[in-house]
Design a protein around this ligand. Structure first.
Ligand code: SF4
Length: 170
C-alpha cells in the first residue's frame, strides 16, 4: 500500500480518536454496533486492494471485479460477520473509519451525525470532519496508487463482491 493512503488512514484514525476522547459520553459507538454497516458500498482501487489483501484475496481476482455492480444494495454489509464485527476491521475503508463522527458534506446534506451520538451537546467545529476534504485526499491517494500500478483510477469494486471471494478457512 502506498504512503498517501496509509497517511490518510492515520490522519482519519487520529481525528476519530480525538473526538472519542473529547466526547466520551456523546460518542456511543462500540464493537457490535453495526448500524452504519449497510450494503451497497463500493471502493476505489486503493481501498479495494487493501481490503481484499487483508481478506486473503489475490489481486488478480480483485481486479476482475472492477466495474461490476454490487450484488446487493439492501441489508447489511457483506463483510459483517455473524458476531456483528467487521471481518476486515484493521483494513476497513476510510468511510468506515468515519462512522459515527460528526460529518460535514458541504455540497449535499450538510452536517450529519449518527442518531445515537451527540444527544446532549453540539460538537465543536474542530470535532466535525469535512468529508469533501477527505474525498479529495482519497481521490489523490487512489490516483497515486493507480498510476504506480497501472490500474484504472475511475474503477470501483463492490465490497460484497470482495466478500464473495474470501477463501474458505483451511
Ligand atoms: S467494511 Fe466493515 S466497517 Fe465497513 S461497512 Fe462493511 S462491515 Fe462495516
Amino acid at each position: 500500500m502506498t504512503g498517501p493512503y496509509l497517511s490518510l488512514i492515520a490522519r482519519i484514525d487520529r481525528f476519530a480518536a480525538s473526538v472519542h476522547a473529547r466526547y466520551p459520553m456523546q460518542m456511543t459507538c462500540h464493537p457490535t454496533c453495526a448500524e452504519c454497516c449497510q450494503a451497497g458500498l463500493t471502493l476505489v482501487m486503493v481501498e479495494a486492494i487493501a481490503v481484499g489483501r487483508a481478506l486473503g484475496i489475490e489481486v488478480d481476482r480483485i481486479l476482475l471485479q472492477a466495474g461490476q455492480p454490487p450484488l446487493h444494495t439492501e441489508g447489511k454489509c457483506a463483510l459483517l460477520g455473524p458476531d456483528n464485527l467487521c471481518r476486515a476491521y484493521e483494513a476497513r475503508p476510510i468511510i468506515c473509519r468515519t462512522h459515527g463522527l460528526p460529518l460535514l458534506y458541504p455540497d449535499q446534506e450538510g452536517l450529519t451525525i449518527c442518531e445515537k451520538n451527540f444527544h446532549e451537546v453540539t460538537p465543536h467545529n474542530s470535532a466535525i470532519l469535512d468529508m469533501s476534504a477527505v474525498e479529495t485526499a482519497l481521490f489523490a491517494a487512489n490516483l497515486d496508487f493507480c498510476r504506480r500500478h497501472g490500474y484504472n483510477p475511475s474503477a470501483r469494486v463492490a465490497i460484497d463482491r470482495l466478500a464473495s471471494l474470501i477463501p474458505p478457512d483451511e
